[in-house]
Design a protein around this ligand. Structure first.
Ligand code: ADE
Length: 252
């Protein structure tokens, strides 16, 4: 039996919600111009190589009705499924921005690797069994070698459908010691689990959930600078993986 952990990583899929998050790394790696991922989906794919590794980078695309990036869990899951099914990567990485938590050491520009569990904070279904389904609680594969390489912390990422936060969600974040609030990672983790696809998420803080400034204001002000931080980490990670690494080497 082949141990997938001993296989060299040769194909990496990168999933992003927004073009503004995806374009800087695509530029640094010299990837192709965006193409349609699948007819009928706004998602766009850019391909190329980093050393000996094939890179497939996908952004969720522009909503044809509203003219903005189609962010959110539904589009994230759909795009990830098509990307994985069509391109069969060895590893899927969701990279993007997130809300952070000052009370747990978060700061604008700080990057986290997902750790612990992937959670949903707003899928509330108070019926036994469905409650647990709603919370996600998808175990994260620990990638200690990456935390060490990038000198970053890890912690629980929680996804939902809103940029704003309510009191119920604040209590959930405290209880679960969430370090990153986003709108995609857990939905993609669920797809990766169904497909038995190795998955990690890298998230950089644009705004602080436990700060009085509205998230949308800080998010818009900091999107470009936080994406620059994210891109630096991602480039370092990809160039490290391109030296020839196995999944087993990463998950210690
Ligand atoms: N992405 C960036 N900031 C966010 C927030 N506060 N909530 C959800 N997704 C985000």
């Amino acid at each position: 039996m082949t141990d997938e952990n001993s296989l060299m990583i040769r194909k990496i899929a990168l999933s992003f919600a927004m073009h503004a998050e995806a374009d800087p790394i695509a530029g640094r790696l010299g990837l192709s111009e965006p193409r349609i991922l699948r007819e009928g989906l706004p998602a766009r794919i850019r391909t190329g190589r980093c050393g000996h590794i094939d890179i497939m980078l996908c952004a969720q695309g522009i909503d044809p009705v509203h003219g903005v990036d189609r962010i959110g869990t539904e589009s994230a899951a759909l795009t990830a499924w098509v990307l994985a099914e069509e391109h069969e990567p060895d590893l899927l990485i969701n990279a993007g921005t997130c809300g952070g938590f000052e009370c747990r050491g978060g700061a604008v520009g700080k990057t986290y690797l997902a750790g612990g569990h992937f959670l949903y904070h707003d899928h509330l279904i108070p019926i036994p069994g469905f409650k647990e389904l709603g919370e996600g609680r998808i175990p994260v594969t620990p990638y200690g070698a990456i935390e060490e390489l990038l000198a970053i912390e890890s912690g629980p990422v929680s996804s939902g459908v809103s940029l704003t936060t309510n009191d119920h969600e604040r209590a959930f974040f405290e209880r679960e010691e969430v370090v990153a609030k986003d709108m995609e990672a857990t939905a993609i983790a669920s797809v990766a689990r169904d497909l038995a696809l190795p998955f990690m998420a890298l998230k950089t803080v644009t705004d602080l959930v436990d700060h009085p400034e509205p998230s949308q204001d800080a998010f818009q002000r900091n999107l470009a600078s936080s994406t620059e931080q994210l891109t630096d980490h991602l480039e370092r990670l990809l160039r490290f993986l391109a030296e020839g690494r196995t999944l087993g080497e990463l998950s210690r």
